[in-house]
Write a protein that binds this ligand. Structure first.
Ligand code: NDP
Length: 348
């Protein structure tokens, strides 16, 4: 039985519905063949998990490096062009900015009733960049975790949660196929939450475009301020994130709770310092900027901006990447990394 949260929230948000193992039936996949397009972060993890769940999977790749990796893992590799003629469920696990071109060049012409397009992020479908014919099913199975952990959790017998959605139901069975796909990947072991393509897309972009930039900006301001105040740049990088302590705080936030980790693992001085300054450190204009960011995403203006950037051959995007690569924080962390062991992610 699906688990439902009780009633509607104060803001009128719909009830949250979650599904677990017993709500999903793998038979809906066993009667169909699955083609995973792309063999990267999510593609490899989801394909191997589906195969180990007893589902017939082949990999459609665009480039030789992916094909070699998939073949080395013992999977059948087919060209992307014409792959829709060989599979019923087509899983789009190539980068979002590549999906529209691949869909138009290699998939669209072969689509028929009975096909299922499965996305791991709603961007292209929600913003109308990919417009499948009405008789085709469109589903979303979006793990809330990087691919390596999707695979590792499956191998350990656990899973990671996912958002799931039905975009269109041409067959009348899209929901059962969506739940079966989530089960094959291992996500119903942890629980999957049903929502719309719009909600998944907007939430994902909101975090990328508000929370992460605020975090990045404040960390870089701190780096600039402290180094100008005479602290060694390497030690500043170590203190801000390099030791892995900050990563541990985030892990504990997810594991134990937002405030619970503060109560459990931090000194009373740290608790007082944080709680007494939370309301003072940022001006309320930051909240207003977050609201503006949300509206910009919801209105589709960001999708238009990103499409324009693509037309301009990513000139601004490449300049931003160059600027990030040239930032002195990169040298600072290399220097301190020669003296002490840094957090696991920086050592890798
Ligand atoms: P990746 O960037 O890992 O995709 C890699 C695959 O796409 C490889 O097969 C790669 O081929 C191929 N590829 C990459 N660039 C190109 C290109 N320009 N032209 C042709 N093929 C290309 O994708 P992700 O797994 O990160 O993302 C797939 C989907 O999953 C996206 O919709 C994403 O939003 C979603 N998602 C991703 C998550 C994540 O953890 N990264 C989490 C949840 C959802 P090769 O290796 O041969 O270069």
């Amino acid at each position: 039985m699906a688990r439902k949260s009780t009633g509607r929230g104060k803001n009128g948000a719909a009830r949250v519905v979650a599904y677990r193992e017993q709500d999903a039936d793998l038979q809906h996949l066993k009667a169909r063949s699955v083609v995973v397009i792309g063999y990267g972060n999510q593609g490899r993890a989801q394909a191997l998990n589906l195969r180990d769940s007893g589902v017939a999977v082949s990999i459609a790749t665009l480039r030789d490096s992916s094909a070699d990796r998939a073949a080395a893992d013992g999977l059948q590799v087919i060209p992307v062009s014409g792959c829709a003629r060989q599979g019923d469920i087509l899983m789009f696990l190539i980068p979002d900015e590549v999906q529209k071109r691949v869909y138009q060049e290699s998939i669209e012409k072969d689509l028929r009733k009975g096909h299922v397009l499965c996305f791991a992020h709603g961007y292209n479908y929600h913003f109308g960049l990919i417009k499948p014919p009405a008789e085709v099913d469109v589903i979303l199975v979006a793990p809330r975790m990087i691919g390596a952990v999707v695979r590792k959790a499956y191998e350990k017998g656990t899973g990671v949660p996912a958002y799931v959605a039905v975009g269109q139901d041409g067959s009348g069975h899209a929901k059962e196929i969506m739940l079966a796909t989530a089960k094959g990947i291992g996500c119903t072991r942890a629980g999957v939450i049903e929502m719309s393509f719009e909600s998944e897309t907007v939430l994902d972009l909101f975090v990328e475009q508000t929370i992460l930039p605020i975090f990045t900006r404040t960390m870089l301001w701190a780096f600039d301020l402290l180094t100008k105040a005479g602290f060694d740049p390497g030690i500043v990088a170590l203190e801000l994130y390099g030791s892995g302590e900050m990563a541990e705080v985030f892990q504990a936030t997810a594991r134990d709770g937002f405030y619970e980790q503060l109560f459990r693992y931090h000194s009373r001085t740290a608790q007082y310092g944080e709680l007494s300054r939370t309301d003072k450190i940022l001006p309320s204009t930051v909240r207003a900027a977050m609201a503006k960011g949300l509206e910009y995403i919801r209105s589709g203006k960001f999708a238009k901006e990103w499409a324009k950037e693509e037309q301009r051959k990513f000139t601004r995007f490449n300049a931003l990447l160059d600027e990030a690569r040239r930032h002195p924080i990169n040298q600072a962390e290399k220097a301190i990394g020669k003296l002490v062991d840094l957090g696991p992610s920086l050592q890798a």
